[in-house]
Write a protein of this length. Structure first.
Length: 328
């Protein structure tokens, strides 16, 4: 689960020094600067995925510099990949000089100097950072060097899949069991490798299993994005990813659930969430059924009862009673 800490538990005069020490131990030793330390705020959380670690930071605007002397003091010999979820950064690293905004990613090498600024005036800076051992990326280091300190836009392709995965760790990592977290660590490394390889036109260098895991994640993201499309069929999913329907089924066989069953389950999950919405946000049951591609309200009701043991109307009433009880 996530291990969280907050500067709120530290006397105000000591918060910046506390955060400075935290960054050095949880991330890398770096020299931090801030205009006023008296009103400094910060929170951090760490998630252990085995070989891969994840950290999340929220803090007041500041600047940091990692010098050769600080590298000698402590170097985990990692690539660290940040997804910016709040505020705006500027980074200078390995010849790169980039402005990065919410939704962007950026990669750095802990063995190389860097300078970063979380701009003042933008509120708290927020980021989720993957700590990747260098041997977790099956790409030649000379190739990876070309991406250091360069903005990675996460609006399409494998970068979008990776950003979605990293965000989901922030939202759902605390709900996972230790064995699930170790599996997620392997997925994180594979997706990071696939994202970087795609940008380097070196996808063929990845091991076959890493490519397969990355493809499964791409398929999952595609399905989630198109759940409301009644034309979402195995044939459409396969064609969108350049594989045959037979290859699609083989790729997903280890999950013990067909692609059609997975689509149906996810649509029911979305419908269940819609039914739980209270008050003005509530839609009629037949609209929810149509929204998630069930051909009729009776067909939807049968599928919903089979999955959850209640009809849609019964579930909505139960959710409303629960909400009323919580409000009292």
């Amino acid at each position: 689960m996530w291990t969280s800490v907050s500067a709120d538990a530290v006397p105000a005069a000591d918060r910046f020094e506390w955060f400075h020490d935290l960054v050095a131990s949880a991330l890398i030793p770096t020299a931090l600067r801030i205009e006023r330390s008296t009103d400094f705020r910060a929170e951090a959380a760490m998630l252990d995925l085995g070989a891969v670690q994840v950290s999340a930071f929220a803090h007041s605007p500041l600047s940091s510099r990692r010098t050769p002397a600080l590298i000698r003091r402590g170097d985990p010999e990692q690539y660290q990949l940040a997804l910016i979820t709040g505020g705006r950064w500027w980074m200078s690293h390995q010849g790169g000089d980039e402005e990065i905004d919410v939704g962007d990613m950026i990669l750095w090498d802990t063995s190389r100097p860097q300078q970063t600024v979380a701009h003042p005036g933008d509120g708290q800076s927020r980021s989720i950072i993957l700590h990747l051992p260098k041997d977790a990326l099956p790409l030649r280091s000379g190739r990876v060097d070309r991406l250091l300190g360069r903005r990675i836009a996460a609006d399409s392709g494998m970068a979008a899949v990776l950003a979605r995965f990293v965000s989901s760790l922030g939202e759902h990592g605390s709900q996972c069991e230790p064995q699930e977290l170790r599996r997620l660590g392997s997925v994180a490394a594979d997706l990071a490798a696939a994202c970087l390889a795609q940008r380097l036109d070196a996808y063929g260098e990845l091991p076959a299993e890493a490519r397969a895991r990355a493809l499964r994640e791409r398929i999952d993201a595609f399905v989630e994005h198109h759940l409301g499309d009644p034309e979402l069929t195995p044939a459409l999913i396969a064609a969108a990813h350049g594989i045959s329907v037979r290859s699609l089924h083989a790729l997903l066989r280890e999950r013990g659930e067909s692609i059609s069953a997975a689509v149906r389950r996810r649509r029911l999950e979305r419908a269940r969430a819609d039914l739980a919405r209270p008050g003005p946000a509530a839609r009629p049951v037949h609209e929810i059924a149509a929204r998630w591609c069930f051909t009729s309200a009776p067909a939807f009701s049968r599928a919903f009862r089979a999955a959850y043991g209640l009809s849609p109307t019964e579930f909505r009433q139960s959710a409303a009673r629960g909400a009323d009880g919580a409000a009292r």
